[in-house]
Design a binder for this molecule. Sequence first.
Ligand code: HEM
Length: 319
Amino acid sequence: MKETNSSSALPDNELHPSGLAAQAVDAIEDLSGVHPGYRRAHAKGICCRAVFRPSGLAASFTTAAHLQEQETAAIVRFSGSSTDPVLADVLSPAKGMAVQFSLPDGGVTNLVGVTIPVFFARTPESFLDIIRSAHKAQAGNLGVVELIKEITTHFSESRESLMAIKRLKPPASYAESRYYCIHAYFFMDREGTSRPVKFEWVPDSGERTLTAGEAAQQPDDYLQDELELRLKDHPAVFQLSAVFGEEGDPTDDPTRAWAEDRRRIELGRLYITDLIDEPEGLVMDPTVITEGMALSDDPILNFRRTAYADSHQRRSREL
Ligand code: HEM
């Protein structure tokens, strides 16, 4: 299946200015301001060239072309979660790693991860409620700790995610962080059997964070500087893990993690080699998948398609 990577793939009515996606992006803008020409979330980022070498272990679970035998080219975008494109790296808590694989048929497929294992909202509607109440609380001058308390009191689903954000320390490197793709997908094998699966990017060099003292000494763009230096010496390598869900594991709820003991297999390794300029029109929409995979019934996953297209439309118009 050939997938396109631009918002024009969406029917017009899915991007209606008063639709839920536009309301969600409006709510983010109301909370955090508008930075013309930039993504409405994860605004600060850098792109890299990479190669994915599959292990071959996925072939009995999925027919997805990039997970068979042949290596594929990929683009990686590392980012800070803030909407502010010049915010110091130590100040945006969660980091993102979005990967776009080039498929042999000329199409692409995306996997988008962050450094926390669960999301704070279970549905697009509760996402809107949470962002709007964060905005109200901000207007009342609440500090971060009070804000988290206020939100978790009213939205218990967000508790695990906000606690994970609170525990985060600034990473030593984009290449020394673990990234969780959060949502469940399905693998489809040759016989048409489907299995629920989640994905994680695990760094070969291990996970490392900075002490408060080290963090205070970092320049604003230390994560880009560090990666640039590192890549001059050797590639940054990540293992792609698949975690299989079992009977009863939720596939429709990004606020709930699966048990730690679920079966894992290594799908392959990603070798990141160079920094590159961002390719024009890049949208890391996590619903762009390929034959051999299917989207789960997670309402947040399915909603991200229109929210990302809306953000892409806004930022493209501003350039
Ligand atoms: C209601 C749910 C969500 C909304 C409304 C939302 C909104 C957005 C928007 C507007 C963008 C910018 C898109 C663009 O202009 O290309 C974005 C980027 C991003 N989001 Fe989300 N998001 C949601 C859920 C999530 C979740 C669950 C994750 C965790 C994996 C996530 C991780 C990211 C990352 C890593 C990026 C940067 C992608 C890139 O590098 O291009 N988001 N998000």
